[in-house]
Design a binder for this molecule. Structure first.
Ligand code: URA
Length: 272
């Protein structure tokens, strides 16, 4: 039997996705609102013990309609595996819509309406599920969690571990901006991931207990874990879970690029 994500069928989540903010809140200048919101990945059935907060959905997420399914998600999946967690997690992003351009994230992270919707998700998950720890990925996600802890009764009362580590695509963004080489940024990222492993192991009940093993200075191929079938909508093609890039924004100018996601089955993944 195949497993799949049943979606937002239970009451607290059904209400959250039935009532999401539109472009009057997530403005068309700062967000790719035209691709719609993407809400979560993982358990919504009262079994999640760790809540991960990411940043915003990219092109793979826009197609799959679940978050953290590309490179960042596979790296994170490998991190969770080191904690012995292979199913008891839930993830949301700081922003339900994809952020457009530089500065859009920091400009909007504490916007009152955006924060209110994010806080509703965080409150709902922490009320509904046995969450033992909250892990944020990168500075904006860290800020989102801190706002929740400062602003809501449930955030203030949450007594589990709250920790943060560098965003899983920090090496690529640091190398692209020229602030560090890819190798240096990777080593820096993994130092923070090892610190997060130390904080979380022993506090988050594993699905399958394994001895704690720290990262070295680079990711090994095995650190790019496969996104489980049970996290994704039914019938999703297998190649959409591959580690090859299969969706790309293309276009001759900014608006064409914004309007176009090209989907291509990687050659190594073709059954023909
Ligand atoms: N995709 C997401 O959904 N979130 C991130 O933070 C990065 C990629």
């Amino acid at each position: 039997m195949r497993e799949f994500c049943p979606g937002y069928v239970r009451a607290p989540y059904r209400a959250l996705v039935a009532d999401y903010p539109d472009e009057s809140v997530f403005t068309v200048d700062d967000f790719r609102v035209e691709w719609g919101p993407v809400f979560h990945r993982g358990r919504l059935d009262r079994t999640a013990r760790i809540l991960v907060v990411g940043q915003d959905p990219a092109q793979h997420e826009a197609v799959v309609r679940r978050i953290l399914v590309g490179t960042a998600g596979r790296r994170l999946q490998g991190f969770l595996a080191r904690l012995g967690i292979d199913r008891s997690y839930v993830m949301i992003n700081s922003f339900a819509y994809s952020v457009l351009g530089q500065g859009g994230g920091s400009r909007n992270v504490d916007d009152p309406a955006i924060t209110a919707y994010r806080n509703r998700w965080l409150d709902t998950i922490v009320k509904d599920q046995p969450i033992e720890a909250v892990l944020s990925l990168g500075q904006l996600a860290d800020q989102s969690v801190k706002l929740w802890q400062a602003q809501t009764a449930r955030g203030k009362a949450f007594s589990g571990v709250v920790t943060t580590m560098r965003h899983p695509t920090y090496p690529e963004s640091a190398a692209a901006s020229g602030s560090a080489t890819h190798a240096t940024a990777m080593a820096k990222m993994l130092t923070t991931w090892n610190a997060a492993l130390d904080q979380l192991s022993g506090h988050v009940t594993p699905d399958s207990p394994i001895p704690l093993a720290h990262y070295g200075t680079d990711l090994a191929p095995s650190d790019l874990a496969v996104i489980p079938e049970r996290d994704l909508p039914p019938g999703l093609p297998v190649w959409m879970r591959s580690d090859k890039t299969w969706a790309d924004r293309q276009g001759a100018n900014a608006n064409e690029k914004r309007a176009t996601i090209v989907i291509r089955i990687p050659t190594s993944e073709r059954p023909f």
